[in-house]
Structure formats: structure tokens, C-alpha cells
Design a protein around this ligand. Structure first.
Ligand SMILES: [Zn+2]
Ligand SMILES: [Zn+2]
Length: 342
């Protein structure tokens, strides 16, 4: 099979086209002929060397969709030819987290696809049967590839972790990116008022088009005063912080009494500081979110089929152009999720 292999940590020149031996599914596994794989900022950070568990050389990418090509022994839940999306991470199916339907928190599976185990910048991949979800008719492979990570992270973080209620004000940092643009859409679906923060004026129209009620353009991420002004002085009820530390100071200043702050992304991997009194006196909650459950991915694919949610595919490129996709991500040219197609 053809694949793009990450040879070592570094620049885009580390992504190299290679011909690899076709993988063979083992017991409980399914061979998937990939048709699309989303390009996540996580992939860029993996290439840069931020994650010590990245296998080198190895195939990165965890946003996969395709068709079942072959079945390993004792794999019976899917038939050859069925259209499937792959969860970002393998899970064991029987630990305490899996039993409580928190399979995204399982620590006993094989790991994250494209990190500990081979991922989606390739024509074929072997995955555990339990990591697959059927893709309904009417949902394309590109759309399906965007569902588990970009849309799923937004949905799980807003619906389950932040428990957004109708009428609340939700502020999203990094709103024009893959997770951000879906967070804007999900917050709106949940009945919230959405305030999208972007560093680039060029992205304003894109954000308004995809459901933002208000857009704050702030190259310095100094958005607190404007967030307060837009909420009549009260501040926002939820901050969905995809940027991390660079947006922390403004996020804290822009939060209402009783607000929730959700850490979603961690772009510069820097720590934040918090005075306990700030959280105590305003009864604020500081939360983290990571991934999406299998059941939520099933729900989301159905919501996409019904047209309630629309995956935002910002562009698709052939697999051979993975390096160009990384360049577009790093230069922040991309709007929504870029997808590689096979
Ligand atoms: Zn991702
Ligand atoms: Zn488990």
C-alpha cells in the first residue's frame, strides 16, 4: 500500500511517501480501505515532536473513514464493503471506564491511532472491530472522517462536559479551526448564544456563515472587554478554550459568575495560573475534555445524516499532498478541517 510515513521529528520534509507491506487483520480486527483522513493540529504537533509516544518511523493520522476490506478471525460485526468511520483511540471494551460508557477514557486499549498504533495517512489500516462505527448513507467519507475528532471533540466538550443549556453565552477561542468551527455549530444547536474569537479579520465572514452570533477579532487574544460588552457586562457562561494558555488571561476576565471554563486545546503547552479565591468567590468550574465516546460518534453521524449538523470540510487534498496540508495548518490558512483522500 501507499502511505505517508513520518520519518522523524521536524519539518514537513519528514513526511515521506513510501510503499509499505499491506497490513493483515488479526483476531478481532478489521482491515479498512481508507477513503479519507482528516488532518488535525495534533498531527502537526506530533511531527514537531511534542508527543513522545509517536511511533517513528510511523503512519500518523487519527481521523479515518473508509470501507471494510477484510475481516480478521472472530470479527463478525461488520461485512466487507460496509462504510465505516474509526474512533480516534482504541478502547478495551471491559474496563471500569468502558463499562460506564466512558470508552474515550479507557487506558487499556492499544492507544491513539497514528501515535502508538499505525494511523490514517495510508491506503489501508487494521483497527479493532470495536473502534468502528457504521457511516449512514448520505454521509460522505470526507464528512465521516471529520466526525469523531473535529465534531466529536466539540460535541462531547460542550454537551457532556460543559453541559451547555439553552440561552447561555458560549465563547469559543480558536474558532475558525477544525474543532472551533464545529464548536460554534454545536453550541448553536444546543441553543446557546455563540461568541467566536479569531485572531484574523479574514475569518469573520466564515465564522458568521457557520453559526457564530458574534465574532471578536483579536490578534492579541485580548477579548475580555468585548465579551463582557456583548453579554451586557455579565460575562460568558462557558469558555471553550481551544487555544490554551495564550487565551487564559482574557478567558478568566470574560467569565460570568458561575461560569465553566473547558480546556480543549493546548497549542503552546504552557501552564496557567489561577488564584483559588477567583474560583471560590465566583463559583467557577475549570474542566478538561478529551475526545468522544463511541455512542456519541453514532449519535453525531445520525445528526449529520439528518442535516442537523454539517461537518465543515475546509478542503480535500490527495494523500500524496499531506505535507502541503501540514503547511496550510501551520500557516493558519486553513478554515475548518482539511481532509486527505485516497
Ligand atoms: Zn484530530
Ligand atoms: Zn477500557
Amino acid at each position: 500500500m501507499q502511505a505517508i510515513v513520518l520519518n522523524g521529528y521536524g519539518g514537513i520534509e519528514q513526511l515521506v511517501a513510501r510503499s509499505l507491506t499491506d497490513p493483515v487483520p488479526r483476531e478481532g480486527e478489521v482491515l479498512v480501505r481508507l477513503r479519507a483522513c482528516g488532518v488535525c493540529y495534533h498531527d502537526v504537533m506530533a511531527r514537531q515532536g511534542h508527543f513522545p509516544r509517536t511511533t517513528l518511523p510511523g503512519v500518523i493520522g487519527h481521523e479515518m473513514a473508509g470501507e471494510v476490506a477484510a475481516l480478521g478471525s472472530r470479527s463478525a460485526a461488520f461485512a466487507v464493503g460496509e462504510r465505516v468511520a474509526v474512533l480516534m483511540k482504541d478502547h478495551c471494551g471491559h474496563c471500569a471506564q468502558c463499562i460506564r460508557a466512558r470508552d474515550h477514557l479507557c487506558e487499556k486499549g492499544a492507544g491513539l491511532y497514528g501515535e502508538e498504533v499505525p494511523g490514517g495517512y495510508a491506503e489501508l489500516v487494521c483497527v479493532a472491530e470495536r473502534a468502528l462505527v457504521r457511516v449512514p448513507d448520505g454521509v460522505s467519507f470526507e464528512q465521516a472522517a471529520v466526525v469523531p475528532c473535529a465534531l466529536g471533540t466539540a460535541y462531547h466538550g460542550l454537551e457532556r462536559v460543559a453541559a451547555v443549556r439553552p440561552g447561555e453565552a458560549v465563547l469559543v477561542t480558536g474558532a475558525s479551526g477544525g474543532v472551533g468551527i464545529h464548536a460554534v455549530q454545536v453550541a448553536r444547536m444546543l441553543g446557546a448564544r455563540t461568541i467566536a474569537v479569531t485572531t484574523s479579520a479574514a475569518k469573520r465572514a466564515f465564522l458568521l456563515e457557520h453559526g457564530a452570533d458574534d465574532v471578536i477579532v483579536s490578534p492579541e487574544l485580548d477579548f475580555a472587554a468585548e465579551a463582557r460588552r456583548l453579554t451586557g457586562g455579565a460575562g460568558v457562561d462557558v469558555v471553550f478554550n481551544i487555544v490554551g494558555q495564550m487565551a487564559w488571561a482574557a478567558a478568566l476576565k470574560g467569565m460570568a459568575v458561575g461560569a465553566r471554563h473547558v480546556f480543549v486545546g493546548n497549542l503552546n503547552a504552557a501552564p496557567v495560573s489561577l488564584r483559588p479565591a477567583h474560583a471560590i468567590l465566583k463559583e467557577m468550574a475549570f474542566l478538561g475534555t478529551d475526545g468522544v465516546t463511541r455512542a456519541e460518534v453514532q449519535t453525531l453521524l445520525e445528526l449529520v445524516r439528518l442535516g442537523r449538523l454539517k461537518p465543515v470540510v475546509g478542503g480535500s487534498l490527495p494523500l500524496a499532498q499531506a505535507a502541503q496540508a501540514h503547511r496550510a495548518m501551520e500557516s493558519r490558512e486553513a478554515c475548518g478541517r482539511l481532509v486527505l483522500t485516497m
